[in-house]
Design a binder for this molecule. Structure first.
Ligand code: HEC
Length: 96
């Protein structure tokens, strides 16, 4: 239930921004997520990215390296495209 309403909320945000497919094409650009989405990214990161290895340190890699790491790790963590984007934006937000 909670998950479904969160997803519906996020879909509406994506529709409002008119770029629903942005995260699937090539390298991800500068942070486009809202603070709300970045907060979700942090939660997803903490829950999904420490299962197979210890939680990675966002500052241990550059934002460019993180694009490649996330491209290989998002499928392992079974993230949706949106979750992939939010986790990436969270990681990059930690580095600034
Ligand atoms: C299903 C298991 C699994 C999950 C879930 C997972 N990882 Fe990994 N991760 C691995 C394995 C296995 C390796 C080492 C082999 C490799 O690089 O593919 C690794 C390596 C890494 C590395 C080191 C890469 C490098 O080049 O030094 C980072 C950083 C990383 N993962 C981040 C993440 C993040 C962020 C998430 C969450 C989105 C995540 N992982 C979720 C299995 C997983």
């Amino acid at each position: 239930m909670k998950k479904i309403s969160a997803a519906a909320f996020c879909i509406s945000l994506f529709m409002a921004s008119c770029t629903p497919k942005a995260s699937t094409a090539g390298p991800i650009g500068p942070a486009v997520s809202t603070a709300e989405q970045i907060a979700q990214g942090k939660t997803i990161f903490e829950n999904a990215c420490g299962r197979c290895h210890k939680l990675p340190d966002p500052t241990a890699h550059t934002s460019v390296q993180w694009v490649g790491i996330m491209n290989s790790m998002a499928p392992k963590a079974k993230l949706t495209d949106e979750q992939h984007q939010w986790v990436y934006d969270y990681i990059v937000s930690v580095k600034k």
